[in-house]
Structure formats: structure tokens, C-alpha cells
Design a protein around this ligand. Structure first.
Ligand code: ATP
Length: 259
């Protein structure tokens, strides 16, 4: 698939005796929204940790935006255009939401410390650009009312949205979302579905979504990859995956109810 933004081929990684990933392959296209699901311990977070270069796999190839991802250092990943959220919030709690998002945007900046200190014109321009980027991201995630609020003082659902904004501020080609619905109430999950669809439509980022909230996954994903004990057991549209006996047996248990 020459149009794929991300191609994962035959990925395997062990921790001691545990085979966390066993020959996993999948792709994420440009402008795509792919779900990665499976029972606890299936290897979903491990996929994210390999993609962010926190873990080095024992075998496999990963091509991202035309580059060999495994040749990159973790710090190079954001520059290549990949950003992620974690299950635990990565916000600085004593900073405002806007400041947090600016931190995310600054990974884009090219100005060195000296030119920043003496306020060279190109630096001032760049600061303006990053500010504009941060403002656009806050708008996209409906966070303008909270821009000047200290992140740690806000309700959990708002902080989780702030965390997505932080990741999005680096202008990723691919956004990895790790359980964005966890801990949210039904109204917040409903809003999250719209926000994720909005991100895909308006930010230009493809999304890879790890999530246990099946109604959300089935509603918004174009394609779904299912892992079980480190192996890919199914891949397809939400419809195909929901009706796949192997997926029902390993994970879903019963038909998914919409909301
Ligand atoms: P959950 O839905 O519970 O988050 P998951 O699908 O994300 O599960 P992983 O966290 O990727 O699953 O874990 C896959 C397997 O690899 C598990 O057996 C886990 O214990 C193991 N594992 C993951 N990271 C490590 C590590 N750093 N050291 C040892 N074992 C690990």
C-alpha cells in the first residue's frame, strides 16, 4: 500500500517469557481513523510504545511518512509527525491550558536560545505562528473557555481534552490516542466522538485509537485492528469486526450496543 502513512510489518516483542506482540502487521492511511482493540494485555499499549520508540521490537519493520521509524530516536518521532496521548495525563498541572498547548507547539519551533533571547524578528514571527497554532487547536477542541485556567484545577474530562490538544499542537500527521474515553461520563464520550471526527476532518491528522469503549470505536473508526495475546486476530470495518466470531469469542462477548 504505497499510500499508507504508517506501515507496520511483522512486529514482535517479548518481555521475559511474555510475547507481547507476535508478528503484528497493519497500516494506517492518510486521512484515516483506525481503531486498535482487544482484551486487557493484548498488546495495544505496547504497539504505541514501539511506535513512539520507547520500546525496540525484536523483529519487524515500521515505515512512517516514508521513513524507517526504527532508525529514529524517540525525540525524532515528533519531528517526523507523530504525537500521542498516554493513559495518564501528560499536562503540567500548574500551567494554564494555553501554556500546556504552547509547550506542545514548541516542539515545532526551530529558533535557538540566543535568537530567542535577543528577540530576532524571525523568532517573534515564529512565536506568533505557534500562538496561532495553539489558538486553532484550542478552538478545534472547544477549549477556548479554559485557555487561561490552570490545568490541574479543571474537571478530569476537560484535562483529557487538554491533553489531546497538547499532542495535536505539534501538528502531527498521525495522532495516537490511548484510551481517550476512559473515565469520561456518557455526555463527555458523546462529545469526544465529535471532537475526534473533527480532528480528523480539520487538522489533517490520521488517528490511531486504542479504546475499550466499543460503542465509540464502532461509531467513529473506518477500520479496526483486533489484537489478542499479541496476535492480530481480525481486521476490517466496524461491521465486519463486530460480526467476526473470533472477535466476539476473544473480546466482545456480546453484540455491541450503540448509544
Ligand atoms: P490494556 O487494555 O490493559 O491497557 P494492552 O492491550 O494495552 O492492555 P499491553 O499493556 O500492551 O496490553 O501489554 C501486553 C503484554 O505485555 C502484557 O502481558 C503486559 O504485562 C506485557 N508488558 C507490556 N509492557 C511490559 C514491560 N515493560 N515489561 C514487562 N511486560 C510488559
Amino acid at each position: 500500500d504505497s499510500m499508507a502513512l504508517l506501515t507496520v510489518e511483522n512486529l514482535s516483542i517479548r518481555f521475559g517469557g511474555i510475547v507481547a506482540l507476535d508478528g503484528v502487521s497493519f497500516t494506517v492511511g492518510e486521512d484515516d481513523l483506525v481503531g486498535l482493540i482487544g482484551p486487557n494485555g493484548a498488546g495495544k499499549t505496547t504497539v504505541f510504545n514501539v511506535l513512539s520508540r520507547l520500546y525496540t521490537p525484536h523483529s519487524g519493520r515500521i515505515t512512517f511518512a516514508g521513513q524507517n521509524l526504527l532508525a529514529q530516536r524517540p525525540a525524532g518521532i515528533v519531528r517526523l509527525g507523530m504525537a500521542r496521548t498516554f493513559q495518564n495525563l501528560q499536562l503540567f498541572p500548574s500551567m494554564t491550558v494555553l501554556e500546556n498547548v504552547l509547550v506542545g507547539a514548541h516542539t515545532l519551533g526551530r529558533s535557538d536560545i540566543v535568537s530567542t533571547a535577543i528577540g530576532l524578528p524571525h523568532v517573534v514571527k515564529e512565536e506568533q505562528r505557534l500562538h496561532e497554532r495553539a489558538t486553532a487547536v484550542l478552538e478545534l477542541l472547544h477549549l477556548q473557555p479554559y485557555a487561561y485556567r490552570v490545568a490541574g484545577s479543571l474537571p478530569y474530562g476537560i484535562q483529557k481534552r487538554g491533553d489531546i490538544a497538547r499532542a495535536l499542537a505539534s501538528r502531527p500527521k498521525l495522532l495516537l490516542l490511548d484510551e481517550p474515553a476512559a473515565g469520561l461520563n456518557p455526555a463527555e464520550v458523546e462529545e469526544l466522538a465529535e471532537l475526534i471526527l473533527g480532528i480528523r476532518r480539520f487538522s489533517g491528522a490520521s488517528i490511531l485509537l486504542v479504546e475499550h469503549h466499543m460503542a465509540l470505536v464502532m461509531r467513529i473508526c473506518r477500520r479496526i485492528v483486533v489484537l489478542d495475546f499479541g496476535k492480530k486476530i481480525a481486521e476490517g470495518t466496524p461491521e465486519e469486526v463486530q460480526n467476526d466470531p473470533a472477535v466476539i469469542e476473544a473480546y466482545l462477548g456480546e453484540p455491541v450496543e450503540s448509544y
